[in-house]
Write a protein that binds this ligand. Structure first.
Ligand SMILES: [Zn+2]
Length: 188
């Protein structure tokens, strides 16, 4: 069965995101420079988005970003680790190597909102030693779901923030600062 893809653009305080999804799960979340001939959703367009017959995973992602960028929210409610573990986050058509999958799972499980860790620490979580720091870097660079899979929380051991998606990029620091400065209100 082929994937029937839906693509939306979402404006956020730091960038314009393109989210693609089919009914089996998300395909990609990436940053785009500009949107051509396509409506741009904003984070408060909840009603608009709920009224469309979009795939569940697309609506989930939208709501996740709405909570994520809310300065008074903190870590969004959706349990991404659990979804990923049960193959409900990414569409099953997207094949990940075991190493990649394990890396994203360990990242989602262990490095929570507002925290940072290093490539070698994550390597220890994945393969019980720090020999794969470089490979971890490559996995971060090829993250299919930016921000949602929080590759921005992985920085250099020295504390230097390092590259984002393979390049020097102010967005990584912005995301880290955003998570650190969000006033997390107690949930009911
Ligand atoms: Zn699909």
């Amino acid at each position: 069965m082929d994937c029937k893809m839906i693509r939306i653009n979402l404006s956020t305080p730091i960038c314009l995101l393109e989210i693609t999804s089919c009914t089996n799960g998300l395909h990609t979340i990436k940053r785009i420079e500009q949107s051509f001939n396509q409506k741009i959703y904003h984070l408060n367009d909840t009603e608009n988005i709920d009224n469309k017959s979009y795939p569940k995973s697309l609506i989930q992602a939208f709501n996740w970003f709405r909570q994520y960028f809310d300065n008074n929210y903190g870590q969004p409610d959706l349990d991404l680790y659990d979804l990923m573990k049960n193959n409900k986050l990414l569409c099953r058509k997207i094949q990940l190597t075991n190493f990649k999958r394990k890396t994203y799972l360990e990242l989602l499980k262990n490095i929570q909102y507002g925290q940072c860790s290093s490539y070698s620490e994550l390597s220890k979580m994945v393969i019980n030693n720090n020999h794969s720091a470089r490979a971890i870097g490559t996995v971060m660079k090829n993250n299919p779901l930016i921000i949602m899979i929080p590759c921005h929380r992985i920085i250099k051991k020295s504390g230097i923030i390092g590259k984002y998606a393979g390049e020097e990029d102010p967005m990584k620091r912005w995301l880290i600062e955003h998570e650190k400065t969000t006033t997390i209100k107690p949930r009911k």
